[in-house]
Design a protein around this ligand. Structure first.
Ligand code: AMP
Ligand code: ZN
Length: 462
């Protein structure tokens, strides 16, 4: 058993992680609805569960972890986008799935093992509905098929809502064909002009919740280890996934651990597409902010806590990465030892993915790397930094490229490094006139130097 402990939304506490089969750890995360470009908030679950994917692979082996993140390619908003452009929905979904993959790559998010699409699981959805109707958990009415929430005793358990609360709190105008206000749609007729699929209950389209239940079953099995998504999905989406899957599978548990990330706000407001205050990764990248800086900023908060996205966060994150990349640049000529992540990094990540603590532990290694006075000690510290980086998805850039030094020759870089070293010597000797003269010379060359606890880093102005 590993030391990994995860907060389980269903248990409302942290629990030691024990997979059903340690040779095949399964994880499903609700993925993007591909009707427009995803904003940075949509990437919080992608980055959170990417870190978990990396940690699980570290513990169980790269080939033992099966991570499925779906593409929701059946949705009203997709239909609306396709209709407004006068194209097939696949034009819209292909376009935005591609953008999502490109943005993910820029944020060092690994491709999940599987990326199932809802449109490829219509047969499985039909079969699930049929089982639910045959077994008395769902009913057909006026072209719709609805799940009868009173047929499932544990309905509301994940989100901590009682059936009575749900009945009383149903705000939606109740459709006349529903037996109970909280009954939810498994299948419904398509609007005129919208895509239509066949089912045992007539032509139409699936409900969103059903899409995930069908994909989980087909791709991973009836019971999975971990199910994740944003906190807004606990109710009703995940509650409904549980109801459908549990009732269709003779009471079998759908997921043993439920994990939910907190929300990202922007300048203290909740980020949402409808408010229009979203920031998109490619807008940030175009503004010169690096993908790794965005990722680092996201990891500065614990995944369950809310995180506010603002310019200060981005600036601080870039500075922190500059310090760490500065260390890697100084050790460029040192061959890293093939090290394991340090105990401090591992302990932090094993404790329900405490990424802020893991990032803090990087600076302890950086400090050690700087003080190291033997080649072995430097190689070890560099190896430890890179090993931690592999778990966090950091340090995937060449250190010279990080500082934008690609256009300089090795000699030019060496000359500037040497001038900076001379400046440090002059300062140490309190020869401030000499230090200032060197600074002026560097400024004239367009060098922008930044002094930090791990030493001086520099980049070219412009
Ligand atoms: P969607 O594409 O809207 O279906 O959302 C994809 C994922 O992003 C879901 O898991 C949402 O819970 C999550 N999500 C959406 N907005 C935010 C936000 N501002 N902060 C964190 N997660 C979010
Ligand atoms: Zn889902």
């Amino acid at each position: 058993m590993t030391d990994l402990v995860l907060y389980d939304t269903a248990a409302r506490q942290k629990r030691a992680f024990v997979p059903l089969d340690e040779n095949r750890v399964t994880m499903y995360v609700c993925g993007p609805t591909v009707y427009s470009t995803a904003h940075i908030g949509n990437f919080r679950p992608a980055i959170t569960f990417d870190v978990l994917f990396r940690v699980l692979r570290h513990h169980y082996g790269e080939d033992q972890v099966v991570y499925a993140r779906n593409i929701t390619d059946v949705d009203d908003k997709i239909n609306a986008a396709a209709a407004s452009e006068g194209v097939d929905i696949s034009v819209i979904t292909d376009r935005y799935a591609k953008v999502y993959r490109e943005d993910s790559a820029a944020l060092n998010i690994l491709r999940p093992s599987l990326e199932p699409a809802a449109t490829a699981h219509m047969d499985e959805m039909g079969a699930l509905i049929k089982t639910l109707v045959d077994d008395g958990f769902a009913y057909a009415a006026e072209g719709h098929v609805l799940f009868d929430v009173t047929a499932y005793e544990d309905y509301g358990k994940l989100s901590g809502r009682s059936q009575d609360d749900l009945m009383a709190g149903a705000r939606v105008e109740v459709a006349p064909y529903k037996k109970n206000p909280s009954d939810f749609v498994l299948w419904k007729p398509s609007e005129p002009g919208d895509p239509v699929w066949d089912s045992p209950f007539g032509p139409g389209r699936p409900g969103w919740h059903l899409e995930c239940s069908a994909m989980i079953k087909k791709q991973l099995g009836e019971t999975i280890d971990i199910h994740g998504g944003g906190a807004d999905l606990v109710f009703p989406h995940h509650e409904n996934e549980i109801a459908q899957s549990t009732c269709a599978h003779g009471g079998k548990t759908l997921a043993n651990y439920w994990m939910h990330n907190g929300f990202l706000s922007i300048d203290a407001e909740k980020m949402s597409k409808s408010l229009g205050n979203f920031v998109k990764p490619n807008e940030l990248l175009e503004a010169g902010i690096k993908g790794e800086t965005i990722r680092y900023a996201m990891l500065t908060g614990h995944y369950r806590a809310p995180l506010d996205w603002n310019d200060t966060l981005i600036e601080r994150s870039q500075k922190s990465l500059d310090r760490l990349y500065g260390v890697l640049r100084r050790l460029k000529a040192v061959d890293a030892t093939h090290a394991q992540p340090t105990e401090a990094v591992m302990k932090a990540l094993n404790d329900d993915l405490n990424t802020p603590k893991a990032l803090a532990a990087l600076f302890e290694i950086a400090g050690r790397a700087n003080k190291a006075d033997t080649r072995d000690a430097q190689a070890q510290a560099k190896g430890e930094l890179l090993a931690a980086g592999r778990l966090l998805g950091l340090f995937e850039t060449d250190p010279d490229a990080w500082f934008g030094l690609e256009s300089l020759s090795e000699d030019e870089k060496a000359e500037i490094d040497d001038l900076l070293a001379q400046r440090a010597e002059a300062r140490k000797a309190k020869d401030f006139a000499r230090a200032d003269a060197i600074r002026d010379e560097l400024t004239a060359k367009g060098v922008q130097a930044e002094d930090g606890p791990e030493g001086t880093t520099w980049r070219m102005k412009g």
